[in-house]
Design a protein around this ligand. Sequence first.
Ligand code: V47
Length: 375
Amino acid sequence: MTPHPFQTDDPRLVPIAEKVAANERLTAEEGLALYRSPDVLAVGWLANSVRERLHGDVTYFNVNRHINPTNVCVAACRLCAFGRSKGADGAYTMALEQAWETAASGYSEAVTEFHIVGGLHPDLPFEYFLDLVRGLRQRFPRVHIKAFTMVEVAFLAKRAKLTIPQTLIRLKEAGVDSMPGGGAEIFADRVRHLICDHKIDGSEWLETARAAHNLGLRSNATMLYGHIENDEDRVDHLLKLRALQDETGGFQTFIPLAFHPDNTPLDHLPRTTGLTDIRQIAVSRLLLDNFPHIKAYWQMMTAKIAQIALRFGADDIDGTVTEEKIYHDAGATTPQGMRRDELMRLIAAAGRVPLERDTLYHAVTRTDATFIVAV
Ligand code: V47
């Protein structure tokens, strides 16, 4: 079949389209043009051409379980509805046994990944987190442990009086296999001060990711958008990630996260619209030319928008998730988990080919009783 020629009402996209066709890197100015173009469909078409060049019709998903060991957090970020101060209503911290039981309650679906993130607890010792991971590794030797954001690692390092690499080495020895992409928010100081003042700054986040990659830990990266950032801040964020990826090659997947304002101090802000979300996926695919994967996180976007995103640059839809908390505390109306066959149906209905992956993107084949990872 002859590919469709590129068509647009926006003349600024024509030279960008030529660069995309030639597989050339886009500049910050071109990134801004993509955010500002009225022709969202043309931006999506370009992103889809890159997505299909890299992955054809394949769309990745996994069978995973989220575990949030504590919501007690000293950071008190204005963007967040999940964190609680110690002793506040609704604050919780799982005993280790409880965390392992939570993990086991998703195991009947033969999960291949535990996704573990939580608050910055003022008192929990580093040993708690090491024991948590060791216990999971011992009980579920075949499940990949994707645990702790750069923000949590930097906090644990400070509390344990260790360097970042020492902290990462200890976590890795305990059983951490890779790291999720959270906590990146927006790197620009001006915005970061207003939405998450007490978190590590953007350069510390990047430095922690660099250290993780240098130790052989792969990670994801995120960007929180749809609050008080502007297009320049978004482009700056994406290009900083691209520069680090040039250096380390350690990022697997980029996940743009739409801000959910409910129950946060920023609840006067409107929610993002479907088109903002779709455009964000497309611009991410086009600017992050060295990231293998762009994820449309269905819990955050809704399953319906995530499905459309699979034609605007995304090649991954995340997983079954089971018990999402961070977005639901902030007003998400999506279900807290989805069955494997339903995820596959969504992907197939978008005209794509579902492929179950493990965290490191090896294909997973299932028999009735278990799963086999093709390496
Ligand atoms: O870091 C917190 C964001 C992130 C809100 O690596 C909020 O595979 C919107 O990072 N509205 C955690 N966003 C989630 C995350 C993630 C999710 C799925 C997959 C992966 C992965 C990573 O959620 C936080 C923050 O950026 N967040 N509060 C809120 N009110």
